[in-house]
Ligand binder design. Structure first.
Ligand code: MOS
Length: 740
């Protein structure tokens, strides 16, 4: 073999342990991704390779799939927030023609999925499978359940009151506060010349993935195949094999197209196991997809937050002290934490105290940048209030206290593109229709690792790239095709991308904006090796050169120093004889990194008579290091901004304190952005190609809500300290302003 190799060190951190391994990678003499500016695919705008499939409806999502003889599953859920099941009678349901399987809490294997102790309205109690969805629904309604209703509490502030119903048997509703401190806040506040103290609130937020959760389970000879709408095929495989006590290798998880997850589809979901249990009992495949209502109440949410903040600064704007006490509810399980230090800014003295509160609500789960939008809302609001108290430009106060040079540069760039110099120095009047400008910022990680990939070059020249990652709707398949097409000198159409199947080499879950930075380096390493191995079969014998002296471009393979010596890609592949070339590669360092700021500038229009806020214009500045595909990247930023506007203006889970259930589990009363609310969005890239690939899914969502709140204040002097900024809150803040 004439391929030159070099050693690179891979550092892995898992469960607190760091391991170092050295692996061999091709030594091409090139660092990182090379000169991307001159490339045809990597770093260039290309539409999704599955765009036509998607817009024509040919793309099959889990929701669209059907297997022969398949049944439909439904889950019966507790309508009460806290209740004990004393009796279940499923005999009427069982007698309904078309019903093929029923599982109840006491059935074998059901104990972890179905409960007799219900702790939130929506908890799983029983499940049925029938020949049609309608029969399954009828059967579900025929199951007679007798409950003993028990006391409950669904709001975090009420759950902390003495005498509140206790959610978990073995611990109080409020956790011991987690404290993080630095310096001495008493000294800091004594030194402060200006202080601001205020309380901020954010609401429970749900994911609203357009495709609801669910799966199709199919058993064959004791082996389980599951088609699931999931962000994590590997974790789903692991979870299901553990649940059923069968080897990992006996569970195969497949996910092709998917309608979003935003963090709610990262784990082995209980409804997958319910479907598999029903399928095993019925002996045929079972499809179980959740309804929109189930989606809102059971598949997780972003916890709310109550944040009491005090901040102190010198007259010149330099921060000296910061104190925050915050609590929130993750429902019956999980924490409600937000970043445990002053978000974004450097403060010498701080103290943060956080409390998680249990309530009788559906469990929290990751939702686009967990914790960060809550932290950003309070921090960026209080910084704006501080600037007003100091009579300074809020941008100047931020810049002076921001230790991150990249973010400071992004703020400067964004301010220029936005026209921050045209912002009113003091709020507009509380009358008529007023416009105002505000800004916000955030930070995220987004690094990668832990991914293997496989490249196959067939003797006829066709190419496959296989990777056990998943495209959650962002364009992962396309980025894989771009990297391979670039390396092989082919077109995007020439690359067959196979992902979303646990039979392929493993990758992690698509969470934390890690997918692009995990998959891209693994694919690059794989195709680089595949290309050199292919060239190695003929470089010397045909051209008398080393494989490193050849390059692939425009469907041909050339001798770099003498382009007249060439052959077509097909001729090159034919040198393989009758065996395909299969190469495995993995994530390697030097092609990706982590850590990105995000900045947004927003202009709003406030109708001071109705309290209605309209976002008019957004300038979003983000960085991703090397942007693999600016078209897909902009789409992610647009999506983040739109979701951010929804979080800032419209979206909230509303719980009835007396009935204990969510009263808006739909898309009519739980309002997400619609076409009519979409503003002008300018997406600005702060390019840092030398850093390699970094994810973009989460960062653009973080700064939006506080930027809106600050713009509302700038427009009309209404300081709204709670999101969503609904008209009633704007009118109340205006009234407060008028009363002085
Ligand atoms: Mo994300 S909330 O880590 O899918």
């Amino acid at each position: 073999m004439q391929i030159k190799m070099k050693k690179v060190k891979i550092v892995t951190r898992r469960r607190g342990e760091t391991t170092e391994t050295w692996i061999d990678v091709p030594d091409t003499g090139e660092e990182g991704w090379g000169d991307v500016a001159g490339m045809k695919y990597v770093g260039q705008r290309h539409q999704r390779i599955d765009a036509v499939e998607k817009v024509t409806g040919r793309a099959k999502y889990t929701y669209d799939m059907k297997l022969p003889g398949m049944l439909y599953g439904k889950i019966l859920r507790s309508a009460y927030p806290r209740a004990r099941v004393v009796r279940i009678d499923a005999s009427k349901a069982a007698a309904l023609p078309g019903v093929k399987a029923i599982i109840l809490p006491d059935d074998e294997g059901a104990a972890d999925l179905l409960r007799r102790e219900c702790r939130y309205a929506g908890q799983e109690v029983a499940a049925v499978a029938a020949t049609t969805l309608e029969i399954a629904e009828d059967a579900m309604n025929l199951i007679e359940v007798q409950y003993t209703e028990l006391p409950f509490v669904v709001h975090a502030d009420k759950a902390l009151e003495s005498g509140a119903a206790q959610v978990q048997d073995d611990r109080p509703n409020g956790s011991e506060p987690r404290v993080n401190e630095q310096g001495d806040i008493n000294v800091g506040f004594a030194e402060s010349e200006v202080t601001v103290e205020a309380g901020y609130k954010t609401e429970v937020h749900t994911h609203v993935s357009l495709e609801t959760h669910g799966s199709i389970a199919h058993w064959e000879n004791g082996k389980l195949t599951v088609w699931a709408s999931t962000q994590a095929i590997s974790a789903t495989q692991g979870g299901l094999s553990q649940f059923f006590g069968i080897p990992n290798s006996d569970v195969r998880v497949i996910k092709d197209h998917m309608g979003g997850g935003f963090g709610s589809k990262l784990g082995p979901r209980p409804e997958y196991a319910v479907a598999a249990l029903l399928a095993r009992k019925a002996g045929v495949p079972v499809k179980l997809m959740l309804t929109r209502k189930e989606e809102h109440i059971t598949t997780g949410n972003r916890p709310d937050s109550f944040q009491n903040v005090k901040i102190g600064a010198k007259k010149n704007g330099k921060l000296v002290a910061y104190r925050r006490e915050n609590f929130g509810t993750g429902g019956i399980a999980g924490r409600a934490s937000i970043p445990g230090q002053p978000y974004l800014y450097e403060v010498p003295n701080f103290r943060v105290e956080q409390t998680d509160v249990y309530t009788h609500g559906g469990p929290q789960t990751a939702l686009r940048a967990p914790g960060h939008p809550q932290a950003a809302f309070a921090m960026e609001s209080v910084m704006d209030e501080l600037a007003a108290a100091l009579d300074m430009d809020p941008m100047a106060v931020r810049q002076m206290n921001d230790p991150d040079e990249t973010r400071r540069n992004m703020v400067t760039l964004g301010a220029e593109r936005f026209g921050w110099d045209k912002r009113r120095a003091t709020p507009g009047p509380a009358t008529g229709i007023q416009r105002g400008m505000g800004m916000g910022a955030g930070v995220w990680g987004g690094g990668g690792g832990r991914t293997k990939a496989e490249g196959v070059i067939h003797p006829d020249g066709s190419v496959e790239i296989r990777c056990g990652t998943q495209d959650v709707g962002v364009g992962t398949k396309t980025v894989i095709a771009q990297i391979a097409a670039e390396e092989f000198g082919l077109t995007l159409d020439d690359i067959i991308v196979k992902i979303g199947d646990t039979n392929y080499p493993p990758s992690g879950g698509s969470g934390g904006s890690t997918t692009c930075a995990s998959v891209s380096p693994a694919v690059k390493n794989t195709v680089q090796m595949a290309r050199l191995k292919l060239f190695d079969t003929f470089a010397s014998s045909t051209f008398g050169v080393s494989p490193h002296d050849l390059e692939a471009k425009d469907g041909k393979v050339y001798v770099k120093s003498d382009p007249s010596k060439s052959m077509t890609w097909q001729q090159a592949a034919a040198q393989l004889g009758d065996e395909p070339l299969v190469v495995q590669g993995q994530w390697v360092p030097g092609l990706s990194s982590s850590g990105v700021p995000a900045v947004q500038f927003i202009e709003v229009e406030v109708n001071t008579a109705t309290g209605v806020v309209k976002v008019v214009r957004v300038v979003a500045v983000n960085t991703s290091g090397l942007i693999m595909n600016p078209l897909l990247w902009e789409s992610q930023v647009n999506g983040g901004v739109l979701m951010g506007i929804g979080y800032g203006l419209y979206e909230e889970r509303i719980m009835d304190p007396r009935a204990g259930y969510m009263v808006n589990p739909n898309l009519e009363a739980y309002r997400v952005m619609g076409a009519m609310e979409i503003p002008e969005i300018e997406v600005v890239a702060y390019n840092q190609p030398e850093r390699g690939v970094i994810g973009i899914g989460e960062p653009p969502f973080i700064p939006t809500a506080p930027a809106i709140a600050n713009a509302v204040y700038n427009a009309c002097g209404a300081r709204v300290r709670a999101i969503p900024i609904t008209p009633d809150k704007v009118l109340a803040a205006l009234a407060e302003r008028r009363e002085g």
